[in-house]
Ligand binder design. Sequence first.
Ligand code: IFM
Length: 453
Amino acid sequence: MSFPGDFVWGAAAASYQIEGGAYDDGKGLSTWDVMCRQPGKVWEGNTGDVACDHYHRYQEDARLMGEIGLKAYRLSISWPRVIPEGVGAVNEKGLAFYDRLIDALLENGVQPWVTLFHWDYPYALYCRGGWLNRDSSDWFAEYTRVVVDKLSDRVKHWMTLNEPQVFIGLGHQSGQHAPGLQLGFADVLLAAHNALLAHGKAVQVIRARTKTGPTIGAAPVGITAIPATESPDDIEAARTRMFSVWNKSCWNNTWFTDPMVLGRYPDDGTKLFENEMPYIPDGDMKTICQPLDFYGANIYTARTVRSTDDGGTKSVKDPDGPPLTTIEWVVTPKALYWGPRFLYERYQLPIVITENGMANCDWIHRDGKVHDPQRIDFLARYLSEFKRAIDDGVVAKGYFLWSIMDNFEWNQGYKQRFGIIYVDYATGERILKDSAYWYKEVIASNGAILDKP
Ligand code: IFM
């Protein structure tokens, strides 16, 4: 089993989850810095103050990525590290960190893929209304300009927003994530619309100012639907479910991506939300819908759907005792077949899996190593399904494993270990897990070893 010749094998992480250095060198506060200080919001009161200390250990981390043979590393930039107040004065020391990091990656043969926003939002801007403020898209465009001007001589691959479903849904509707708001649904949709505008303006800025021909995408998440059987009716039922808006939340596959790629909100959503839709000035949808070069898909799990006799769709209950990761997501390898296939059909953009992986109960074994056979099996199954999608015609450019190293899993703190590199948080020591050595072979063989059981 060989993947396309130019296939990008990567791994990913995000600034707040690994950097630490939360108060170093003039960094401003992010909404996560503030959230972590609120009692009961994060598991065991964990914070990202130190995290993996990547801010100080980035050279060692870049070396390890090179050793694994990664072709690319998906990192994100901390907006308040670069512009402490969110707008205005640039923190040159903060920006210099990313400059050094990019150089270290390139020295180790690893291409940087940069996400502009992976949730560490400047607290100062939150105090000015955050995503509810229409100016937020201009603030984001300005921040994008600063980053692109500094890094685009070496960075060619950009993503605007990571999982708007999560930072809007969990951050502004359910309140589990920073900034911890539980807004009425009209305000949730307003925040979502402003985030979409921010995406569109950021794409314009990247295209206008980049020093190297860029490839640009976003990295949404959603709920992948897989058909119970491969009958045409079940496939159609899963496709329908994959692209419907069925409740008052924007946690679905279309609310953000249809505007970005197709230039309009999905009809079923606008109908369901007719009383809460924000006012949309002329020109907004055009701004949001900028040409993109790839669809970044974060896919971990899926729900099984079947057709009903009356032409409807029905969720199929998971089997009793399902295979669960430690974060309790059901292991569903076919998510990486049907997810890319449906998304490619609808949006006609090359697919890049921008996140996929699992949380596992990893520890250092008596031989000093970290054995994680479940993760190897998980990845082998998912990657084989992804390859099947490619064989069936899906144009796919790359795969980023989540995550390069164990890290701060938001409101779950350090409870979950997603990494292929184990991090001892007490000492900062890194240990390559068995899965890292295995992934190295996958990369070196361009997927050929996936044929081995
Ligand atoms: O850790 C997160 C990441 O920040 C966004 N996508 C899902 C991952 C696992 O929950």
